[in-house]
Design a protein around this ligand. Structure first.
Ligand SMILES: Cc1ncc(COP(=O)(O)OP(=O)(O)O)c(N)n1
Ligand code: TZP
Ligand code: MG
Length: 211
């Protein structure tokens, strides 16, 4: 079951605040565009404000058969029975989240280096959000930019150590970047701004899903 939910994961759409669309409208647009992996990311927002939005986005994801991931909030993910949670360096450690959530939940971890990937692998992550590919205004305090070379190196080092874990590239990615990034051996792509800021986000999502 968890494997199937992860296979929804070629392309992960991540929400972000815009004046144009509410979080749930943005998620709906991505789903209408064919995306089947949505992460609700609402930075600088109290959890009691996130919860009702999360319920809406979860219902939408269920309607479309999409995988629903909550950013940062392990307890909320558990309370809602989300499909999973995404955790970075400043969030709950993955090993602790695994103890809280058990094996059935997807846990994604952020990595910028091979050493990060190795740690998340040992701690039981299900996938890695690896980036940033390039500069993006969607996230503050970015780690060093990886570019294509960064992914190639991380994937090669994973192969050398026989580490099998889906790598999802993230950070400033546009449709034009996707073929070359996929060529490095990553399993998926996470995007936000390129969809949200497109003239027609639903059409952009469709173009991405049809690559
Ligand atoms: C798929 C994916 N990859 C990386 C991140 C970044 O998570 P984190 O480092 O915790 O930063 P915030 O998103 O919480 O600002 C992500 N959310 N999703
Ligand atoms: C959450 C996150 N983590 C690293 S880059 C990033 C933002 C991704 O959004 P965008 O596709 O707009 O750069
Ligand atoms: Mg986080």
């Amino acid at each position: 079951m968890k494997d199937e939910k992860l296979k929804n994961g070629g392309i992960q759409f991540i929400t972000h605040y815009t004046e144009r669309y509410s979080y749930s409208d943005a998620a709906r647009i991505a789903l209408e565009g064919g995306c089947r992996w949505v992460q609700l990311r609402m930075k600088d927002t109290p959890v009691e404000v996130i919860k009702p939005v999360a319920l809406e986005v979860q219902a939408l994801c269920r309607q479309y058969g999409a995988t629903f991931i909550v950013d940062d909030h392990v307890e909320l993910a558990k309370e809602l029975h989300a499909d999973g949670v995404h955790l970075g360096k400043k969030d709950m450690p993955i090993a602790d989240a695994r103890l809280m959530l058990g094996e059935e939940y997807i846990i994604g971890g952020t990595a910028n280096t091979f050493e990060d990937v190795l740690q998340h692998y040992k701690d039981g992550a299900d996938y890695i959000g690896c980036g940033p590919f390039r500069y993006t205004a969607t996230k503050k305090n970015l780690s060093p930019i990886l570019g294509l070379e960064g992914y190639t190196t991380i994937i090669r080092r994973m192969q050398e150590k026989n580490i099998h874990l889906p790598i999802v590239a993230i950070g400033g990615i546009t449709i034009a970047d996707i073929p070359a990034i996929m060529q490095t051996g990553v399993s998926g792509i996470a995007l936000s701004g390129t969809v949200l800021h497109a003239d027609s986000p639903a059409d952009e999502m469709k173009r991405i899903m049809n690559l």
